[in-house]
Structures are given as structure tokens and as C-alpha cells.
Write a protein that binds this ligand. Structure first.
Ligand SMILES: Cc1cc2nc3c(=O)[nH]c(=O)nc-3n(C[C@H](O)[C@H](O)[C@H](O)COP(=O)(O)O)c2cc1C
Length: 348
């Protein structure tokens, strides 16, 4: 039996995990004879989001980025029209495997913040459900092996099917709330990531000399964050680190520049500390450790990072510079750099 006539799923996905969850939800809705719409928000013009029909159940599905939904999803929620429908909030997070145990990712403030926005718009939250699919964040950890990826897909597909059967029959599942303690503890980091971390990560990506300018990364970027500058892909601050470019590149030419970021991080922190210690302390007032100090330091750092990235982009036309940057990128090495792409949805 189904409690609804229609399911509308809005999703964002970098490497396919959240898209798979959207499709798994659709499998069960179709099994129950419901009408289903799957809407990829990256392909939706934000100013023209249609109001949902009153009889529809709505689901939002997105990966977690820095203990929150990524800005593209938050932006979509802010622009979403008012309504009175019931809403399912789902996320996909960094699952890993220890033996047969799936270690959970961390949702942080994603559910609370998005529930708050949607409540203000009149919606009623019916479920909050995290799904621990393979982590795609190979900038910060080695890529997962095939067995882990397959195992996590199979286990989570069953889990999402069970969830879908329950909620499409009118039930609810607030499993996401069980983790309120960890989620609250990491809340400050989610703000740091939103205001600072994501911009830093945006400037860690580059294309090595293996790039043949096919422009696939530019064309497939869901937030249009990659430009062609001097005949080479260039990542702007709009990048959300969704990892799609790295996972799709047919030449495996896109890397995360760990070495170069370490160097710019060390140099800029020395420069900024020196500036604060001498210039500000001497001529203005002590702002070290204050909120104003933090804002100023962050702004300065991002400015330095932007200039550094531009210089690095230019200097990479020289082979020896390019090689230094490539060989100090962990993603270049076999032990680390397995690219991640979700398994093709196998359906029911
Ligand atoms: C930039 C970035 C930040 C991430 N932050 C988190 C996080 O805070 N918590 C978590 O559990 N997983 C995190 N992950 C892992 C992804 O949320 C997870 O792999 C997700 O399933 C990817 O979904 P997609 O394939 O639909 O893009 C992060 C991944 C990336 C690329």
C-alpha cells in the first residue's frame, strides 16, 4: 500500500552515489505504482523551480561536503518555493569498511540546517536518513578498493530499499538524529569548511601535462567552476570539490596538488603571522585571537592562494615545474590515487 501518488526527488551528485540513492528510491516508488520525477538540481535553473504539487512526497538527496550539504544544494533549498508537502531528507556520506563493519560518515549540520530552511517554508520533515556509500574524497585519503566499493553498494541498496518501502507507505525514519552528539561536536568545523576550507580545496586541483584538452572536465562540471585559461583547465573558487572532474578524466590527468598547497600554506602563514605581529600590533591594535583577526587572516590567505594558483598555472608550462608539482601530489601514486566513480545502478 502506498500513502502517496507521486514522488519527486531532487538530487545533487558529484560521483554518482547520491544519484544511485535517488534511483533506488525511484525503484521502490515505481514498484508501488507511484509516479516518479528525478530532478538533477545541477541542471535546474534556480529561478524557475516549479512548486511541488500538493499530493507529492518530496525527497532531497545530496552528498555531505565538510559536515554540511554542499553550497549548490543549500542554494537550491534557499530558492525552493514554499509548500506544505512532506519531505524526506537523505544524504550520502563517507562510508568505509573494517572487516564486515561499515564505518559511518559524519553528517554534521546538514540535516538540521536544511530542515530549518524547509520548515520556514512550510514543509513538514518526515525522515532524515544517512547512507554510508564509499567515500569519494580522494584528495584526503587513498581511494577505496573494488571489494569495498561493491560491498558498500550492495549493503546500502538493500538499506535504501527498506527505508523506501517504509516511508512510501507513510512511515518515518529519523535515523539521522541518532548522531546528534557527534554532529554537534563537528558543527564548528562545518562553518570553517563553508567559509574557508572549500575555497582552499578548490585551488588544489590542476591538470598535468597528460591533459589533451578534451574539455570533458569543463563541460561536465556541475557548477561550471572550471575554465580554460591559456589552453589548460583552471579551477575557480566556485569549485565545490565534488570530484567529478577527477573521476571522469579519461587521461587521469587531474590531480590534487598536496605539495604545492603545503608550500603555499607554510609560506602564507609565515607571512601573515609576521604581518600581524609587526604591522598591526605596532600601528593599530592587538587583533591576534579575535574574530576580526580571523576574518582578516582568512581573507589574506585566500588572496595569496588565488595569486599563487595563477602563478602555478602559468609556471606549469615549464616541464620541470610541472614535474615537481605532479610528483608531490599523492593522487599521482598508485597506492593512493585510485579514482572513484559509483557503480552503475543495477536496479532491482
Ligand atoms: C569535498 C568533500 C567533502 C566531504 N565531506 C564529508 C563529510 O564531511 N562527511 C562525510 O561523511 N563524507 C564526506 N565526504 C564524502 C562524500 O560525502 C561521499 O563520498 C558521498 O557519497 C559522495 O556522493 P556523490 O557520489 O553523490 O557525490 C566528502 C567528500 C568530498 C568530495
Amino acid at each position: 500500500m502506498t500513502a502517496y501518488q507521486k514522488l519527486v526527488v531532487y538530487y545533487f551528485s558529484g560521483t554518482g552515489n547520491s544519484e544511485n540513492v535517488a534511483k533506488w528510491m525511484a525503484d521502490i516508488a515505481i514498484e508501488k505504482g507511484m509516479e516518479v520525477s528525478l530532478i538533477n538540481i545541477a541542471k535546474t535553473e534556480r529561478r524557475h523551480i516549479e512548486s511541488p504539487k500538493p499530493d507529492a512526497l518530496i525527497a532531497f538527496i545530496s552528498p555531505i561536503h565538510g559536515f554540511n550539504y554542499p553550497p549548490v544544494m543549500l542554494n537550491f533549498l534557499f530558492h525552493f518555493p514554499k509548500g506544505w508537502n512532506k519531505v524526506l531528507l537523505l544524504n550520502t556520506r563517507a562510508g568505509m569498511l573494517i572487516g564486515e563493519w561499515i564505518t559511518p560518515g559524519l553528517t554534521g549540520i546538514a540535516f538540521y540546517f536544511s530542515a530549518f530552511i524547509l520548515k520556514l517554508k512550510g514543509y513538514s520533515i518526515q525522515s532524515m536518513f544517512p547512507v554510508d556509500l564509499p567515500s569519494n574524497w580522494i584528495s584526503v585519503h587513498p581511494g577505496l578498493n573494488e571489494r569495498t566499493v561493491k560491498y558498500l553498494h550492495e549493503r546500502n541498496q538493500e538499506k535504501v530499499y527498506r527505508f523506501a518501502r517504509k516511508v512510501l507507505s507513510g512511515g518515518s525514519d529519523f535515523r539521522g538524529l541518532y548522531e546528534i552528539i557527534q554532529d554537534t561536536l563537528v558543527a564548528p568545523i562545518s562553518l570553517g569548511y563553508f567559509f574557508m576550507g572549500r575555497f582552499l580545496f578548490a585551488k588544489t586541483y590542476y591538470a598535468s601535462s597528460d591533459c589533451d584538452n578534451c574539455d570533458l572536465c569543463i563541460k561536465s562540471c556541475p557548477v561550471k567552476a572550471i575554465k580554460n585559461v591559456d589552453n589548460r583547465p583552471f579551477w575557480t573558487f566556485n569549485c565545490e570539490s565534488c570530484m567529478r572532474c577527477m573521476s571522469n578524466c579519461p587521461k587521469r590527468a587531474i590531480e590534487t596538488g598536496h605539495g604545492s598547497v603545503l608550500v603555499v600554506g607554510l609560506l602564507s602563514s609565515l607571512f601573515i603571522s609576521g604581518l600581524f605581529y609587526s604591522f598591526f600590533r605596532q600601528w593599530f591594535f592587538e587583533i591576534e585571537g579575535t574574530f576580526l583577526g580571523f576574518i582578516l587572516k582568512s581573507a589574506l590567505f585566500l588572496g595569496i592562494l588565488a595569486v599563487w594558483y595563477r602563478i602555478m598555472h602559468f609556471a606549469m608550462r615549464f616541464k620541470f615545474v610541472e614535474r615537481i608539482i605532479v610528483y608531490t601530489s599523492l593522487t599521482k601514486y598508485k597506492f593512493w590515487g585510485r579514482r572513484y566513480k559509483a557503480l552503475k545502478n543495477t536496479g532491482k
